[in-house]
Design a protein around this ligand. Structure first.
Ligand code: SF4
Length: 368
């Protein structure tokens, strides 16, 4: 395959990535200033060179919603903001299993149990901690899914237990660059987030950590977030785009992001993280037109969060399969063999929607 886009800066970077070199902050900033078409071609070339031509689908359940004591400015689940979302305590293993079975049937390869708070604490809430572990075991035993978790800040002991229970990826997003983070979150620090990722990694779990675009960050912030993730070492990099929820500080600020910025950032992230799945997650449906949904996949993305988010609805898994096909790619079926045509047919009548809170009903595009 010839890796050329016709743009000297992009082609030089592409050649170096394919040769095994890791690009740095200077490269990322120079790349982000290049035309979006050249970047998209390079992002796709990196994906095709290092990947298997598939798009990996994950799904999440919002296992405990709202009333979080933290003050993340994008998040509808913070107790500090009046967003009117449904709040509920831990759903319990059976409802989580129901959500996992639905995700499996819809073609997800991995399933994440997400709890909205700073951290599920074995010491302070031992009963809830045990329920989380029971849920993990149940899903692992009864579904063909990798089981992931997003439970907030972890101690070394908690991380060791989760790794022992078979958690595949631990998710803890860094949200944005180290510089911009304090303008978004006041109740904990960027370093707190990195520390938990290091604890999870040391315990043997793979890391899923990413960002939210469109929060008013600069292009340099976008690059610096990706460089921070290089230092941490992630195998899944979720790219959320802010879906502003009324009542949150970021909705009040009225920040915006263009399609071009989303596509070029995805492409540069793939160049900076050739070995990670760059995963399209929350907010894409509201920030991209229906006929633009496939563009980030054409620019090198190779993962998708399918179904609903934590407090907002996503599009149907059938629609997600269609945008994967439109980008000329195939769904990953490593863990869960399913029939894509059956998924599309099942969702075409749009009658199957969850109202019991077991499919994540998030309002913010991100998770913990
Ligand atoms: S992102 Fe997580 S930690 Fe921050 S307010 Fe929302 S639920 Fe709490």
């Amino acid at each position: 395959m010839v890796y050329e886009t016709g743009n000297e800066t992009v082609d030089d970077a592409l050649e170096r990535v394919v040769a095994g070199e890791q690009l740095d902050r200077t490269d990322g900033i120079a790349l982000l200033a290049q035309p979006v078409d050249a970047l998209a071609a390079a992002g796709a070339a990196v994906r095709d060179h290092f990947g298997d031509g598939t798009v990996d689908a994950c799904s999440i359940v919002n296992a405990k919603a709202g009333n979080c004591a933290e003050d993340c400015g994008f998040c509808a689940q913070s107790v500090h903001f009046d967003t009117g979302i449904d709040t509920y305590g831990f759903l319990g293993p059976e409802k989580i299993l129901e959500a996992a079975k639905r995700a499996e049937r819809d073609g997800a390869q991995r399933f994440g149990i997400v709890v909205a708070e700073k951290g599920v604490s074995k010491k302070n809430r031992p009963e809830e901690w045990e329920e989380v572990l029971e849920s993990i075991r149940l899903v692992r035993d009864e579904c063909d899914l990798e089981v992931d978790a997003s439970l907030g800040i972890l101690t070394e002991e908690e991380a060791a237990i989760l790794a022992e229970e078979g958690i595949n990826h631990y998710n803890h997003n860094i949200e944005t660059s180290p510089r911009y983070f304090p303008e978004i979150v006041g109740s904990h620090s960027f370093e707190d987030r990195v520390e938990t990722l290091e604890v999870a990694k040391a315990a043997g779990m793979d890391l899923c950590a990413g960002v939210i675009l469109g929060m008013g960050e600069t292009p340099t912030d976008r690059v610096e977030a990706a460089i921070a993730l290089q230092d941490i070492g992630v195998s899944s990099l979720p790219v959320n785009v802010l879906n502003p929820v009324a009542g949150t500080p970021l909705a009040e600020r009225g920040v915006e992001i263009s399609t071009e910025e989303i596509v070029e950032t995805v492409a540069v992230y793939k160049l900076l993280h050739p070995d990670a799945r760059v995963r399209l997650t929350g907010g894409r449906e509201v920030n991209l037109e229906p006929d633009e949904q496939h563009l980030p996949l054409e620019a090198g993305a190779d993962g998708i969060l399918t179904g609903d988010y934590l407090t907002t609805e996503g599009q149907s898994p059938g629609d997600d399969l269609e945008i994967v096909e439109r980008a000329g790619l195939e769904p990953n079926m490593d863990t869960n063999e399913f029939d894509p045509e059956a998924v599309k047919a099942r969702h075409s009548d749009a009658t199957e929607s969850s109202t019991d809170g077991t499919a994540s009903t998030g309002a913010e595009p991100s998770d913990d």
